[in-house]
Ligand binder design. Sequence first.
Ligand SMILES: [Zn+2]
Length: 457
Amino acid sequence: MSILIKNGHIFTAVDSYVADILVDDGKVRTIGIDLAADADKTIDATGKYVIPGGIDPHTHLDFPFGGTVSSDDFRTGTIAAAYGGTTSIVDSAVQQRGHALSQALEMWHQKAEGKAAIDYGFHMIILDLPESRLPELDDMVRQGVTSFKMFMAYLGAVMVDDTTIFQTMVSAADNGALICLHAEHGHMIDVLVKNALAEGHTGPEYHAITRPPATEAEATHRAIRMAEVAGAPVYFVHLSCDEALQEVQAARARQKYVYAETCPHYLTLDNSMYDQEGFEGAKYVLTPPLRDHRHQAKLWNGLRRNDLQVVSTDHCAFRFSDQKTMGKDDFSKIPNGGPGIENRLSLLYTHGVVPGLLDMNRLVEVFSTNSARLFGLFPRKGTIAVGSDADIVVFDPDEETVISAQTHHMNVDYNLYEGMKVKGVPQVVIANGEAIIEGGQYTGTPGSGRFLKRSTL
Ligand SMILES: [Zn+2]
């Protein structure tokens, strides 16, 4: 199958020009002006933007959490991702306590195989790491799982102690893996949650009240210093507030290998969502919580200045009707997470590029290129270049649409951005040289996504 994309405005992290792209056998073959090639299919991209397919390095498909499982699996979640211009994800496998990492990896391979519509890699979430298991970390790296994620919060569930974090960092300094951290001070939060419940505060708004910015900033600071001592690079997932951003900025000013992502919901929504009537606020119970409005400008500025390198979604969908309600009488039992895998590009374009906060090159960088660089996929992914995988989005910058659960493709009964008007819609999405979204329809084959064996940083 060959595709000729004619006359589109191509943007990469560093380029901006109008040309034709010939895609063949899954790869970008030729880029040039007025290409005279015979292709199986021709796409007229005149007046459209042509950008690398998005990479979402933080998703939770078919993910067990708090006694339930996230509602999007590898089929529905990756199809929704494709609708939104994302052509690769890095999802997370979770070690079971007392079990080998290879067992978790095998389980996640089974979840994805035959279902994924786009390419996927895995982080490995570490839950316990006796010394005898340390060699398993090197084994994961050899198998292309080159990042380890750990939780500094969720005491009594997935939280690990500082020894485990530091041990993993020391190993990573040697085997080249990237350490990804959920940075919140789990002990403080545990006390705040218990106190709130004891005082009869059971509503979803207390999710945010019991996780103040300082709990995130403290954990961010602690992890940075541990990584410095270990000599390992560190990447903060879902950074949500100015206080944590300041820690990252200070570390980067000291020339440390510290990276961080934020998510569209922190850039575009705030904690007033928790003030809604009844149980509505539970839709926004995700972690860290939505913050006061003042943080948004700081986060956008962090993206502009490259203190934040990536925008991921942390897509972890739970139905409002029967999953979020598990915490109807106790906010601490509401499954933490929200949907978003489908909406990242349009939100970044509408709230970033249209008001002039980001230019198109920077959008491409935070949407795709930097994830490829940090997670061992560049230059195979993350750019449009001869020889790269043909993961390409033809994007109409003028089309407008309204986000709604009525029309989205995620397997969940609400949308965080319900009713929000956005500008810029992916028109054609090509993954591995095949047009999988066209004319508003999914035209691919679930299962065609491949496991991405990633290299080290
Ligand atoms: Zn997450």
